[in-house]
Design a protein around this ligand. Structure first.
Ligand SMILES: Cc1ncc(COP(=O)(O)O)c(C=O)c1O
Length: 393
């Protein structure tokens, strides 16, 4: 039995995924496979450290800018990603999307275009548009095996446009799960360099990668004559601690880094960080490498299980993705509208699974199922999908 098999009742914790499922799906009492947090407990070592901190009862203003914080990041990048990062690059931010929003503010102007690869994490669209910038979409191309590729001709054309000011990359990519190769990243960087556009890379899914694949941080492509590269990430997805509200970034260019910190501190009045979030992030990065390995192995198994089960359902296609616990499931051959399918899932199956068009029109015949959950829940979810589909008329 794995630690990840433990069923924990999350209801009654103000938990978005379980307690507020009605907000998105219209009814309560659905088994949720929705927003991307997991049903797993944080590592025991992290819980113990937080317990001790809570017992001390001291929750005053807290500073992130010290070697303990920075060394934990350097250690994680060294040990997990076999790469080195510089201590000076590291900045704190409360959340990845907050950081992205602040970068849009800092590096672009209203009406500027922001290039994204679509389908895309829904908050990308919202954050770009709510900041009065324009979404410039380069659609990923899906081959017959369900593998997604970048259409580099289209990408270059969109990037070359003068009004496109920034490329917002998601690496690895939510929702397709692509783990970009060295060649792909290198081409993206070369093109951004050629047209002198910033790359802001959201790498929040960097740790949950299928066995045998490697995530390459965008900062590996920094060189002395071009440094418009910014990376934001967090331990929150991997260790399931987003409620601790803590993330960080790597900003290579000193001037941009200082401006970013000033935007946080002066413009937005944010100078202290979440003490518990910082402690948890440091503990996870310093001591929970093995926990992370076990998590990845567990998710790998769940993906295989899901794939095996979905093969038995006519009209559904699924190929195991390269990363994340978010299964991207092709339901085109069911020949149902997304509304009809959702109606069946919710009313007949009592199961909540994200509709793919949440991530843009390219996702209109997909479901995104969050399987970051104990095996029993995933098995029950599949049972409910099958039950719902029995009602197709
Ligand atoms: C690609 C991506 N970026 C960012 C986030 C959210 O991160 P944060 O809560 O730190 O803004 C998510 C969560 O689903 C995500 O999938």
């Amino acid at each position: 039995m794995s630690i990840f098999d433990e069923i924990i009742d999350r209801r009654g914790t103000y938990c978005t995924q379980w307690d507020f499922v009605k907000d998105r799906f219209g009814v309560d009492d659905l088994l949720p496979f929705t927003i991307s947090d997991s049903d797993f407990k944080a590592p025991e070592g992290t819980i113990k450290l937080l317990e001790e901190a809570v017992r001390r009862g001291l929750f005053g203003y807290t500073r992130w800018n010290h070697p303990d914080f920075k060394n934990s990041k350097i250690h994680w990048y060294n040990s997990r990603l076999s790469t080195s990062i510089e201590s000076d690059w590291i900045v704190f931010s409360p959340s990845v999307m907050f950081s992205v929003a602040k970068c849009l503010d800092l590096l672009t102007n209203p009406d500027d275009g922001v290039l994204i690869l679509t389908p895309a994490y829904d908050a990308f669209y919202h954050t770009i548009r709510s900041n009065q910038r324009r979404v410039v979409s380069s659609a990923l191309v899906r081959d017959e095996k369900g593998h997604y590729h970048i259409d580099f001709d289209d990408f270059e054309q969109k990037l070359a446009d003068k009004s496109t000011k920034l490329f917002l990359l998601c690496s690895p990519h939510n929702p397709t799960g692509r783990v970009w190769t060295h060649a792909e990243l290198s081409q993206m960087v070369q093109l951004c360099k050629k047209y002198d556009k910033y790359i802001v890379s959201d790498e929040i899914h960097m740790d949950i990668i299928r066995n045998g694949l490697n995530h390459i941080p965008i900062t590996n492509f920094v060189n002395s004559d071009w440094n418009k590269i910014i990376l934001f990430t967090s331990a929150s997805k991997t260790f399931n601690i987003p409620a601790l509200v803590f993330s960080y970034g790597l900003i290579i260019d000193r001037e941009i880094r200082e401006q970013f910190l000033s935007v946080l501190k002066e413009k937005n009045g944010l100078s202290s960080c979440s003490y518990l979030g910082m402690l948890a992030t440091m503990e996870c990065y310093n001591h929970e490498d093995e926990w992370c390995n076990q998590l990845c192995a567990y998710i790998d198994n769940q993906m295989h299980f899901l794939s095996h089960e979905l093969k038995t359902i006519e009209g559904i296609e699924f190929s195991i993705q390269e990363s994340t616990y978010l299964a991207w499931i092709d339901v085109k051959a069911l020949n149902l509208s997304m509304d009809t399918l959702q109606d069946l899932l919710v009313k007949k199956g009592k199961v909540a699974i994200m509709r793919g068009d949440t991530y843009g029109e390219e996702g209109s015949h997909f479901l995104r199922m969050n399987i970051g959950a104990p095996h029993k829940k995933v098995a029950e979810g599949i049972r409910r999908i099958k039950k719902a589909l029995e009602f197709i008329v």
